[in-house]
Every structure is written in C-alpha cells, then in structure tokens.
Design a protein around this ligand. Structure first.
Ligand code: BGC
Length: 669
C-alpha cells in the first residue's frame, strides 16, 4: 500500500497520535495498519540508550564514548568523523536504535556556552563539513541522524525562551550555513528544532526556517522533530511543518484535535506531515533487516583513540619541552587527579556510559617505563579536600622532578547542558596550583581537558608547554600518553579562537541578553572573522596547533586566475615535511574579498586538507573552489551574491599564520 492510501485508512485520532511521541524515546505505531514504532536515542559522541527498569527508573546502556564534537573538529579530518559515524551506527543497530539524536552543529558564538563541547566550531564551513561527514558515516549503515539544534541555539542560559535576534546576513552566513552544508551534503533523515526563539518566533513554530528554507530551498526531505519539550503551541508547530513533537505529552494530542475542530489546521497539513514522517519511519523499519547483532567494542575503542590522537592540540612548546626527552628527563612528575580520573566528555543529554576508560596516568607509566623514566604521581591542590598534605606532597614531587606534566580541566558542572560557564578561566584553585607548581619547576607542561576556549593569561607565561586535550573520549588516556612521549606528532588545531580574555569576545556586550532577547549585535563578525578583521590580539588564533615537525609551503597555483563567477577554480600547492619526524599538517584556505562594497570579514575559511608526511616527504595538494567560496548573502536581493573583482587566496597553517598568497579576478554579472 502506498503512503497516501495508508494515511487514508487512518482515523483522525490515529493520525494525530502519530504526530507526537509514544514516550521519551519511541514514536507511536499502529498495529492494525502495520505502522511500526521507531526508536531514537541521544548521541552525538556515542550512543546513550536509556532503558526502563522494572521499578520505572531509567538505566543507560554502555557504549563507546568517542571524543566530543569539539575534539572531532580539532582533527580537521572529516574521514575520522565518518568513521565515528559508522561505529555509532553499528552500536545503534546492536541496541535496536533507529535514529541517533545528533550531530549538533550550532556555532560557538561565545566560549561561555555550556554545550560548546558538543558543537564543532565557530566557523560554519568547518562545522558543516564535519557534521556532513559524521552524518554520511552513520547513514551509510542505514541508521538515521538528527541534525540539531535548528537554529541559533548558541547559549544554554535561558535556552527555552530566549529570542536570538540575528540579522538576515549573519543568520545565513554564520548560523544557518552549517545546517545548509550538512543538509545538502548528507541528507540527514531528521532535523531537530531548537528550544529558543529566532527573531521572536520559536524554533518549533518557525515556518520560514522549517519550510521555506530547510525544505524548499535546501531540499530537506526528512522530518523535523522538536527538541525535547520545545513545542509550545502544537497547532502552530504543525503549520510550520514540524512533524514530530517529542517526547510524549498528553496536551499535544488535545491541542491538535481542538485546532482541527476549529478549522485552524487542515487535513492537507496533517496528511502531508504524516507522509513525510512515515517515509522515514518505513525507511528506518526496512533497514532493520540489515542490523548487526553485536559490535566489536575493541575496534570502536581503537577508532575513538585514532580520533583522540588527531584532536590533541599542542598550543605551546617552548624549548621543545615536548615530547618528553629521555636524555633530559630521568624523573617525571605527573600532577593532578585529571590524570587518574580524566574528564572524557561534557555533561547532559550527550553523556554516555563508556565501555571502558584509558587513564592517562596508567598509559604514561607504561611508556615511561619503556624509556627508563621514573614517574611520580601526586594529586594536586585542587582536590576538594584542599588538604595541606596534598599541597605539600604535590609541590615536593614537582620540585624533585626533571619535568612536570600537570593535568587540569573543567568538570561537568562547569561544561554541560542547561547552563553556561560563568568564566572562561580555569577554577581559581586550579590556576593557583599551576602557578605554585610552575614556581617549583620551570619545566612544567599543562594538559587541559575541556570543551571550549580557556583564558590562560595568568599562568601561560610561567609554563613551557600547553596541550589542549579536549574531552577526548574513552581512549583519550592512551592517546595523550602517546603524544606526550612522541609516539606520534600532535596534529590537532583549534577550531575556535582562544581569546586573551572573555571581555575581548565579540558577543561579550550582548551575551546572554536581557532575559527576553539576546542581540547578536556582532552580526557576521563571529570568532576569527571578528579578531582578524579588527586586528584584535588573541591568545591562540583559529586553526592554530603545533607539531613536533615543521612544514614548508610552496608552489601556489590558481587556475584559472581570471574566472567567471560560476567557474570551478583549482588551487594547488606543495607541502613538505622539513623536520625529522613524521607529522600531519592541516592546510587551510581562506578567501578575502579585495573590492567589496559591503562589510566582509578580512578572511573566511573556504577549504582545508589534512596531509600526512614522512620526514623529507613532499606532496602536492589541491582545493576546488566554486561560487560558495566568494559569495555573501545580500539582503538587497535576498540571495547569495558575488561581486566582480579581485579576491585574495590565503593559504595558512592557522588564520594568522598565512604562508602563501595569490589573487584571482572574478567577473560577475
Ligand atoms: C537536548 C537535545 C537532546 C534531547 C533528548 C534536549 O534537552 O537539547 O540535544 O537530544 O534533550 O535528550
């Protein structure tokens, strides 16, 4: 039976029931008509399947905890996001889950956002590309995804009601862009609307966003699900084309029925929503025959480790303090409870119960032993007990060692869902511990477990090395140990700017709004677009990350260098590893409009490639650019527009470390 005929067989009550959930995690099925119920579960960096116990309480099943999205994007390697997607899909299959609720692709507008660890970047292109790869990985195994939270959900503070007031250009170029890229490149089965309002209208009721832009303009052909409890007026949300309100809420059925009886929603609106919804329900149901019954947890752990290895970001490495050098270090002090009990993910609905956890301390001890290095461990002064004993021991251990590696970070009460950070500095007792330890031992390296930028200004000058470990998932402990000991060169690069301090961030004046609205006054000047355009100094620029080797960039070619706005342009260059160890470099391509009549950022990321090079090895890489690389969103024509004239192509190792430049002339109509 085709869907139209199936829907025609349904009673009104059955139809309206289908448009809301059965419970927290399942949709309604209709047995007499063979309509299956499907199961959704949280992600995004691992499967969080909750099962109901006999006493009514929920238990979370174990699954692989992969590095969170902010770590994933620090790899700048979409292939890894794809592999994570494949693994998560297998775990979904084994646990009978049809759709994973992720990835989250909201822009990191402020480093304060409590959920930044769940998001990819401050840059829409990078965020969109990583999300698309993840989705393609999951869906290659016939498991669905839910691209979330659509849209402009960039703070947790007051997230249920705040209106993100964003101008059209910023909405298009910054906040919608990652959704647009992911929808066009990977066709997610579902999109999840956000809680907040966008320019006064709730995400769940936003017909322009849901129907005009998402479906009609971008060609989205799945269904829209509400964030959990994000539907306020069910009839309005149906009219805006939101098909599924989750979780089950008795009032939604009544609201729809009343609206129908009053003629406020039509048969056509109900039936077309059902058709779109059931298309995915049957797609999910038919895919069940391909399910694996179990997955290889060890293999998934290895994938988690691969991602962690490529995400770990070396921010500072004075005197080549890293990797740990056995000719200089006989005694190594490891300080901080984060070494023994790492924070591997942020808090909230994304929190998974990992199958196991590699601890940095254990793995460091193992590698140190092989090198003949003695390791002494002490918890730092930042443990809750604050005991004098711990302080003294940690300082003595630091003093007696040739080198110190201190593990610090943000716990889940700092970075998690439903709340934002109140500061981007580490907790005062942690900062104090770093200062005290570094005073006792100048050879101090700090390893930070966190999901978003940290202001390090009060201590960074006192330590020789800083490694950003992110929330690196259950295998992160092995990965960080191998990076510290030089088994691999670090190759992560930050996917967000690390400002000098919170006061320097472009949204500082307007975040978090006045309780009713949050003005996105900075417009398109988000992240490096702001810092680089207005030449504001930063702690570490977007795209920064060091390696144990060096790379030489040469031979930039742009073909053609005079082009029509619809031509495809090839940019190629050579990159050579000129150091002594193997390493991976992420080459970033930025575009600058030299002739614009409108305000444009000084540079915008339009391409990136990660290359693996042995010492002395040279490779040629190339980028393909199309009109998206040059266009801005014109509110005059309400469309993407390219101005004819000169554009600069900037090739860099970060947004501020530009190694090669060239120009191209674009002729536009
Ligand atoms: C979160 C979503 C999540 C949902 C279900 C909401 O509070 O915002 O990201 O998927 O809960 O747990």
């Amino acid at each position: 039976m085709d869907l139209k005929s199936l829907i025609a067989e349904m009673t009104l009550d059955e139809k309206l029931q289908l448009l809301t959930g059965k419970n927290n995690w399942e949709t309604v099925g209709i047995e007499r008509l063979g309509v299956p119920s499907i199961v959704v579960s949280d992600g995004p960096h691992g499967l969080r399947k909750m099962v109901r116990e006999e006493d009514g309480s929920y238990k979370t099943l174990k699954s692989t905890c992969f590095p969170t999205a902010s770590a994933m994007s620090a790899t700048w390697n979409p292939e890894l996001a794809y592999q994570v997607g494949e693994c998560i899909a297998e775990e979904c299959q084994a646990e009978n889950v049809d759709i994973i609720l992720g990835p989250g692709v909201n822009i990191k507008r402020t480093p304060l956002c409590g959920r930044n660890f769940e998001y990819f970047s401050e840059d829409p292109y990078l965020a969109g590309e990583m999300a698309a790869a993840y989705i393609n990985g999951v869906q290659s195994k016939d498991v669905g995804t839910s691209l979330k939270h659509y849209a402009a959900n960039n703070q947790e503070y007051d997230r249920h009601h705040i209106s993100s007031e964003v101008d059209t250009r910023a909405l298009r170029e910054i906040y919608l862009k990652p959704f647009e890229i992911a929808v066009k490149k990977s066709k997610p089965w579902t999109v999840m609307c956000s809680y907040n309002r966008i320019n006064g209208v709730y995400g769940s009721e936003h017909k322009v966003l849901l129907d005009d832009i998402l479906r009609k303009e971008w060609g989205f052909d799945g269904f829209v699900v509400s964030d959990w409890g994000a539907v306020w007026d069910r009839a309005k949300s149906l009219k805006a084309t939101l098909e599924l309100a989750m979780p089950y809420d008795e009032k939604h059925f009544g609201a729809l029925k009343k609206a129908y009886e009053e003629g406020k929603i039509t048969d056509e609106e109900i039936d077309s929503a059902l058709e779109r919804f059931l298309t995915i329900v049957f797609r999910a149901y038919n895919a069940r025959s391909k399910r694996v019954k179990e997955y290889d947890a060890d293999k998934h752990h290895e994938v988690a480790k691969k991602v962690a290895l490529e995400s770990i970001t070396l921010l500072k490495n004075e005197d080549n303090i890293l990797p740990v050098n056995k000719s200089k270090v006989k005694k190594l002090a490891i300080i901080g409870e984060f070494a023994a009990m790492p924070i591997i993910q942020g808090g909230g609905s994304a929190h998974v119960q990992s199958t196991k956890v590699d601890t940095p301390l254990e793995k460091i001890k193992h590698l140190a032993q092989k090198e003949g290095i003695e390791v002494e461990y002490a918890i730092s002064m930042s443990v809750p007990s604050h005991s004098q004993y711990n302080q003294n021991t940690a300082l003595t251990v630091a003093e007696n060692a040739d080198q110190v590696i201190m593990f610090v970070g943000n716990r889940n009460h700092v970075e998690g869902e439903s709340h934002d950070r109140t500061s981007i500095r580490l907790a005062p007792d942690i900062e104090n511990a770093i200062l005290q330890v570094s005073r006792r031992n100048p050879n101090t390296v700090v390893v930070i477990q966190a999901g978003s930028a940290i202001d390090m200004s009060c201590w960074i000058g006192k330590v020789k090395g800083v490694v950003f470990d992110w929330y690196s998932g259950q295998a992160g402990g092995s990965a960080i140990a191998e990076i510290l000991f030089g088994v691999h060169s670090p190759s992560g690069k930050i996917a967000e700017t690390f400002p000098l301090c919170l006061e320097d961030t472009p949204s500082y004046d307007t975040y978090p709004g006045d309780g009713i609205v949050s003005w996105y006054k900075e417009g398109i000047m988000v992240g490096y677009r702001y810092y680089d355009t207005f030449e504001k100094p930063v702690l570490f620029p977007f795209g920064h990350g060091l390696s144990y080797t060096q790379f030489e960039y040469s031979d930039l070619k742009i073909t053609p260098d005079v082009a029509n706005e619809n031509d495809e342009i090839t940019v190629s260059l050579s990159i050579k590893n000129i150091g002594h160890v193997q390493g991976k470099e992420t080459v970033q391509l930025y575009v600058r409009d030299m002739c614009s009549h409108v305000l444009r950022p000084y540079k915008e990321l339009k391409g990136f490639v990660k290359v693996d090079l042995e010492p002395g090895e040279k490779k040629e890489i190339s980028f393909k650019l199309n009109r998206d690389a040059f266009a801005y969103y014109s509110t005059a024509v309400d469309d993407w527009h390219i101005e004819g004239g000169l554009y600069k192509i900037l090739i860099g190792a970060s947004s501020q470390d530009i190694r090669l430049t060239g120009t191209i002339k674009i002729s536009a109509e």
